[in-house]
Design a protein around this ligand. Structure first.
Ligand SMILES: [Zn+2]
Length: 142
């Protein structure tokens, strides 16, 4: 039991095909729908190797992260018609570098824009639509 608790949840996640499939796996990064955050256009971008923060990335990882984030953000905008694509990274629950890209759709109520979007998670959850969006993004970025 103790051994399972010691496993890094993000290392476990990148070690297997996630529900909804990988949207992108390249260079040092993988992106997919994060369990519990199945909102269309919300993706987690995870470092394939266990690193704890942006400050720990080497030069190549820094460069490739920029490219990956830009491609995914552009994809989310064009596939879903998102007005904004937010980027969050806290690292509080899982000490393995991961970043959330979050679509902010044109019809999202004003009160949920900006940091408040986190509070809209439950009302925006739509597993089927999130996986469909992931598939469309995977196709676009192929
Ligand atoms: Zn890890």
């Amino acid at each position: 039991m103790a051994a399972a608790d010691d496993l890094c949840a993000m290392c476990v996640l990148v070690g297997d095909e996630p529900a909804g499939g990988w949207v992108l796996v390249e260079q040092e990064w993988a992106a997919c729908v994060l369990p519990g955050f199945e909102v269309p256009g919300w993706l987690v971008v995870i470092a394939l190797r266990h690193v704890e923060s942006l400050a720990d990335l080497d030069d190549e990882q820094q460069r490739s992260l920029g490219l990956v984030l830009a491609r995914l953000s552009g994809g989310i905008r064009s596939v879903l018609g998102a007005e904004k694509v937010y980027l969050l990274s806290f690292g509080e629950n899982h000490p393995h570098l991961h970043l959330m890209l979050m679509s902010r759709m044109p019809d999202l109520a004003e009160e949920y824009r900006g940091p408040e979007i986190v509070k809209a998670r439950e009302r925006l959850l739509n597993v089927e639509a999130a996986y469909e969006a992931a598939a469309a993004l995977r196709e676009l970025l192929r």
